[in-house]
Design a protein around this ligand. Structure first.
Ligand SMILES: CC(C)(COP(=O)(O)OP(=O)(O)OC[C@H]1O[C@@H](n2cnc3c(N)ncnc32)[C@H](O)[C@@H]1OP(=O)(O)O)[C@@H](O)C(=O)NCCC(=O)NCCS
Length: 273
């Protein structure tokens, strides 16, 4: 989820038609804004009551609930709704000013390009994005994997659709890592809403054969260059907290963690035997 999408001091509640169609279940998203934290002026108590009430009044089979991890009392607010509660992992957000992101030495035969600079049109771009995401994210432990009602193959298809949506809408918003003429990595990007804010990586991964050789650092360095070129101050990126491997790469590249956000699935009672 983008960092901008988590901002605010209240509860955002929205039907999720794309996820509902993909998984064949009614799904809703309930997001508690980043300002609802114990050390902030926005009190957690009234928000907790609203969360419980919204979950009780919602007919959706699955509500994907997100809240600042520091607001621990929201866990019981979800449970009081009477729904089955599935802890689905936390998201950790990291960032660095673009100038502080490590610049690795060039690697012969390897370059990072915008998707727009690859030969071919939308069909070829779509094939490239699908292939890299399928290879790098199959078996990835995203929050859907916590829920036995959700088909993992549909979750992967959702990742592909998400990546395609960003990359094809503007192929300058996707960077590809090319090794000996073949695309082996992808990063999809979104500019923050504030004019001089950050450039965020929505999704990034390398094909399995290309992993484990430090190549990701080159992709990250290209993201930092893109942030500079777009007049952004910093780079923001996130992952599930269990994905320590990518966090090691971020730490080595000079990024630092700045936020943690909990995800739980609140499921209508009785659906999970
Ligand atoms: C996570 C990912 C982007 C890292 O790219 P990479 O080029 O493989 O990264 P690196 O080679 O720099 O390795 C990063 C760390 O993982 C470790 N690592 C490498 N291969 C590993 C393996 N097979 N198993 C466990 N750890 C491994 C490295 O030792 C390194 O740790 P270190 O800094 O302590 O040495 C890549 O593995 C990937 O695409 N994974 C699947 C998708 C994903 O998780 N994307 C990020 C979430 S949005």
């Amino acid at each position: 989820m983008s960092w901008d999408g988590l901002q605010g001091g209240g509860v955002t509640w929205a039907a999720s038609p794309a996820e509902s169609a993909r998984f064949g279940l009614e799904m809703t998203r309930l997001t508690v804004g980043w300002d609802v934290r114990p050390d902030r002026p926005v009190a957690v108590g009234p928000v907790a009551e609203e969360v419980t009430g919204r979950l009780r009044g919602d007919d959706a089979e699955v509500v994907v609930v997100r809240y600042p991890a520091a607001s621990l009392e929201l866990a019981s607010a979800v449970a009081r709704s009477g729904r089955q509660v599935l802890p689905a992992g936390s998201l950790t957000y990291w960032s660095a000013p673009w100038a502080e992101v490590a610049r690795p030495e060039p690697v012969p035969g390897q370059e990072v390009l915008a998707l727009a600079d690859l030969p071919g049109g939308q069909a070829e771009r779509s094939t490239v994005v699908d292939a890299v995401v399928a290879d790098s994210f199959s078996g990835y432990g995203n929050h859907y994997a916590a829920n036995p009602l959700l088909d993992p193959a549909a979750a992967l298809a959702g990742y592909q659709e998400w990546a395609r949506r960003t990359a094809l809408a503007d192929p300058h918003d996707a960077l590809v890592l090319v090794l000996d003429g073949a695309v082996v990595g992808l990063a999809t990007l979104v500019d923050s809403l504030s004019p001089e804010g950050h450039l965020e990586v929505l999704l990034a991964g390398l094909t399995t054969a290309a992993q484990g050789r430090g190549r990701y650092a080159s992709l990250l360095a290209a993201v930092a260059r893109a942030a500079r070129a777009r007049g952004r101050r910093s780079v923001v990126i996130s992952t599930q907290s269990h994905n320590v491997r990518v966090q090691r790469a971020w730490a080595r590249a000079g990024l630092r963690p700045f936020a943690a956000v909990e995800t739980v699935h609140a499921v209508l009672p009785g659906l999970i035997p």
